[in-house]
Ligand binder design. Structure first.
Ligand code: G6P
Length: 592
């Protein structure tokens, strides 16, 4: 996934584009570049951060038009040459791209045959040249756009300008997001509305296979046949798309602390007048299904593990799969299976692959996502939004809690179980208590474990699912090797790794499994492990590390996940790592 920004007619395009790139670098951050028009096309790009890019561009840039890009490498390593924007061979087209071109090798072969030469390895450079080829052949940019839309396979949001017109930005979209922001005497573009909200709250969202011609006073949208079409303008909820750090040093901690309001917002959206508020057709389809399959990746998969249990509580049989596994061996037991996909970004390629299979088999399906307008939101049969507000930090926190909360509410809606709402409300008190009282203690633990190479999380049942997420979070941002083990499984292998001083972090919040977990603690302690126990008060022992107020045990992932998130955060901080942008990861992985 990559981020695109652009402006035409804006009074200070440099400020807009650079601020925008910083906001969009959650979409990828291995290299960044900008292009503008000033005595011809000027391009500045390099490997590294947007801050670095800012240090290599001129202090003052006099231009009417600018495009920028922040990249997460797919085709071609993160090198300067592969960084966007890309300039075509005859220097007529300057283009940025978000997406993946599937047939770029074939298109490159075609262009090579026409005498074109390439300086990098990206699929994007091929498109800049393809556009140029047809622009030169047809003498008309609209004709060139129409032609390439019939030729290019894959996903794309393109933004470009030509060397012959410094007043016009062109955008083309298929399966990657592209939003146009309408201003007075200027117009803006970006991959999402957040960079533009400071300047306008009037947007046009391009649909697939549409393109736009954007000048400072006019925006014209066309379908793939080149016919101009009318599009509605929309506005956005400023609170939900704001990138304001609100005084926090990092997005991750801001997002952890937004968890209570995220849960509250979900309760307000999907539970009103003492009733759950879900599409009756969705509820009917879920009721009629005889098996529910949860499919997701990473953190969202962990939310699916918890969610599956919730549906089993209401007598639904379920199975849960990692998307990339299911895609290569799709199974759908039962006569009427129903698929629930979960994705914070709504753009994860592994899950999009699954949706293709799901549709081929005409299976009923739902996506739970935080990103309205994303590929999965647009293409699934049903969609439920998480309304968590934008999640910038790569490590997902508030969206995970929102996923679990929404799954709990959806499952409870099947039998109108309203006790859940009381339980969720009680769990908010636990979260506030953690925020108010336990951070110093968590920091102390972070300090003790920060130099360790390996550690373990232990739990059973809901506490095991939470352990999986706690472990992933620590791994993602602190680079400590960590594994989550179900307490009962310890003796079947992992116990061989327990040695003197190894940290073992244990969750004990479930009365049914507490006694067995205490047994596990003795097993690892006797082999020299340094145990940190997080327990609810009624299940706690004086030697435990953190004791939180009791809550409905099945809500571990809502009530006490904050402890795991803070711990990962403070360890990464203590190690001096880039908390919000861990190495090698991207907020959304749009390649399989
Ligand atoms: C990436 C991120 C993970 C995330 C996963 C699924 O791998 O690094 O943190 O959980 O994608 O993302 P999704 O947007 O589908 O929830």
């Amino acid at each position: 996934m990559c981020g695109i920004v652009g402006a035409v007619g804006f009074v200070s395009p440099k400020d807009y584009v650079f601020n925008g790139l910083k906001m969009l670098d959650y979409r990828g951050y291995d290299s960044a570049g900008v292009a503008y028009f000033n005595n011809g096309i000027q391009i500045f790009k390099d490997v590294g951060s947007v801050e670095h890019l800012l240090s290599i561009v001129p202090e003052t840039i006099d231009t009417n038009i600018m495009i920028g890009h922040t990249r997460w490498a797919t085709h071609g390593a993160p090198t300067k040459l592969n960084t966007h924007p890309h300039l075509s061979f005859h220097e007529k087209i300057c283009l940025v791209h978000n997406g993946v071109i599937e047939n770029f090798k074939e298109l490159r072969g075609f262009l090579t045959g026409k005498g074109y030469r390439f300086y990098g390895e990206t699929d994007t450079e091929i498109i800049a040249n393809l556009l140029e080829y047809y622009y030169l052949e047809k003498g008309e940019i609209i004709e060139a756009i129409k032609t390439i839309m019939t030729l290019v396979k894959g996903s794309y949001a393109f933004a470009f300008f030509t060397s012959e017109d410094k007043n016009t930005l062109y955008v083309i979209k298929k399966a990657s997001p592209l939003v146009i922001g309408l201003g007075e005497g200027f117009n803006l573009i970006a991959s999402d509305a957040s960079p533009m909200i400071e300047h306008t709250n009037k947007f046009i969202e391009l649909d697939d296979l549409e393109f736009g011609i954007v000048t400072k006073d006019k925006v014209a949208i066309y379908n793939k046949k080149g016919e101009q079409i009318k599009k509605d303008t929309i506005s956005k909820d400023v609170e939900l798309i704001s990138h304001d750090l609100k005084g926090y040093p990092h997005y991750m901690i801001k997002e952890i602390e937004e968890i209570p309001q995220t849960v509250r917002r979900l309760m307000a959206k999907y539970y009103q007048d003492d009733k759950y508020q879900f599409d009756p057709n969705l509820i009917k389809d879920l009721e009629e299904s005889d098996h529910i399959i949860f499919i997701a990746c990473g953190t969202s998969y962990h939310a699916g593990l918890v969610g599956g249990r919730y549906f089993e509580k209401y007598d639904k049989s379920t199975s849960r799969f990692i998307a990339s596994e299911w895609a290569f061996h799709p199974t759908y037991p039962g006569k009427k299976p129903f698929i629930i996909m979960i994705s914070q970004s709504g753009e994860t390629a592994d899950l999009i692959h699954c949706l293709k299979i799901i549709k081929e088999h005409n299976l009923k399906n739902l996506i739970i996502t935080n990103t309205g307008g994303s590929t999965l939101d647009r293409n699934a049969m049903y969609s439920l939004l998480l309304y968590s507000g934008i999640e910038v930090s790569v490590a997902s926190t508030k969206a995970y809690v929102a996923q679990v909360t929404l799954l709990a509410m959806l499952a409870a809606a099947l039998s109108n179980d309203t006790k859940l709402i009381d339980d969720l409300t009680d769990s908010l008190d636990v979260i506030y208590d953690i925020q108010d009282h336990y951070k110093p203690l968590i920091m102390k633990v972070a300090d003790e474990i920060k130099d360790k190479k390996n550690l373990f999380y232990l739990g059973r049942s809901f506490d095991y699912f939470l352990s999986l997420e706690a472990s992933l979070k620590l791994k993602e941002i602190s680079y400590i090797h960590s594994e989550a083990i179900p307490g009962g499984e310890l003796k079947h292998g992992p116990i061989a790794l327990i040695e003197k001083g190894i940290p073992v972090i244990v969750f004990i919040t479930d009365p049914d499994t507490a006694a067995s977990m205490r047994g596990n603690i003795e097993e690892v302690k006797s082999r020299g492990a340094k145990v940190y126990t997080i327990a609810t008060k009624s299940l706690s022992k004086p030697e435990d590390t953190i004791m939180v107020e009791d809550y409905a045990y099945y809500l571990s992932s809502v009530a006490v996940s904050s402890i795991a998130f803070y711990l990962a955060y403070y360890v990464a901080l203590a190690k001096g790592l880039n908390v919000d942008k861990p190495r090698n990861l991207a907020k959304s992985v749009t390649v399989e």
